[in-house]
Design a binder for this molecule. Sequence first.
Ligand SMILES: [Zn+2]
Length: 381
Amino acid sequence: MLKAYQYRLYPSNVQERKLEATRETCRRWYNDLLSERKTAYEERGATIGKYAQLRRVKDHKAASPWAKVVHSHVLQVVVSDLDTAFQAFFRRLKAGQTPGYPRLRVFHRFDSFGFKEYGNGFKLDGRRLRVTGIGRIAVRWHRQIEGRIKTLRLIKKAGKWFASFAVEYEPTALPATGKDVGVDVGIASLLTTSDGDKTPTQGWYRNEQAKLRVLQRRVARRTKGGKNRRKAVALLQRQHERIENRRKDFLNKQAHTLIAQYDRIAVEDLKITNMVQNRHLAKSIMDAGWGYFVARLHAKAEEAGRVVVEVNPAYTSKDCSRCGYRFEDLTLKDRWIDCPRCGLSLDRDHNAARNILKRGGQLRWGISSSVDGLLQEAAGL
Ligand SMILES: [Zn+2]
């Protein structure tokens, strides 16, 4: 299996200039290749494919002093990138959609270039990343790479450079725990499990939001087009990123904890409910994080041999999880339920989580879609 790891790079000024020069060379090469395909099609009705263009790399290096200093794999990856854009275009055309023809890339719309083989153009060198034509670049290794590095892509995002590695690894199934769980996303606490464990709404989130508002006001007060406004906008962007990173980090840990503890996990299907609006979550972490959280759950489940199902969330908070009695007039303020039929007395979110677990069971824990794909692959379907 392949997994992506991304790290922030800290190039020196010289290295940064070389990164930019390579990016620009690749952008022009990309536009050249695109024009070539377009002209051939418009003038002669001919199709120029990936392999014909790959054969041009050598001549291009000989003809251009800029391309000469760029590793040939980098130029080849540009050919593949363009081909991918065309494949997507033709796929959508075939599906009866009206996609836009692949477009020439202006400077800010071309943000990355890649290497396709570890040890050929790039390799790790101590704590640094050695890239042919660029140098030994400082990296912030915020987590360890597990597996064998296959490819590298250098990406520029919001003025910063990142290295993205595709890594091949052997997934290791976690030992079975014999336990299943339902997870409710709540109002008072972020997550509640059918075992009654609660993850409180995070204090840091509110603090970071407060800082965000201060920075937003600062931007609003500065004169448009001024230098101070640009500075304030940069600070604001950094704060947005900071919140995003902390949120992702936090949700990753939550997903990891669940996967480690349970064999099968049932969560609400956000595609069915409009949970965010329905449940007054605007101020909480999940308003922007639920999709990410569920995606991480699926990805981790696939690695660990676990099952994740998404269930219809209708009435999960309104039905008694023991006897099915429906509390028709339950309001958001009611934090506790007392069932008049069977006597169940339970925290509202805990009750909802138990209903979600039950629904997971009713689905017979239909294999989660990603695992389904793997099994079909294994069966040669
Ligand atoms: Zn009941």
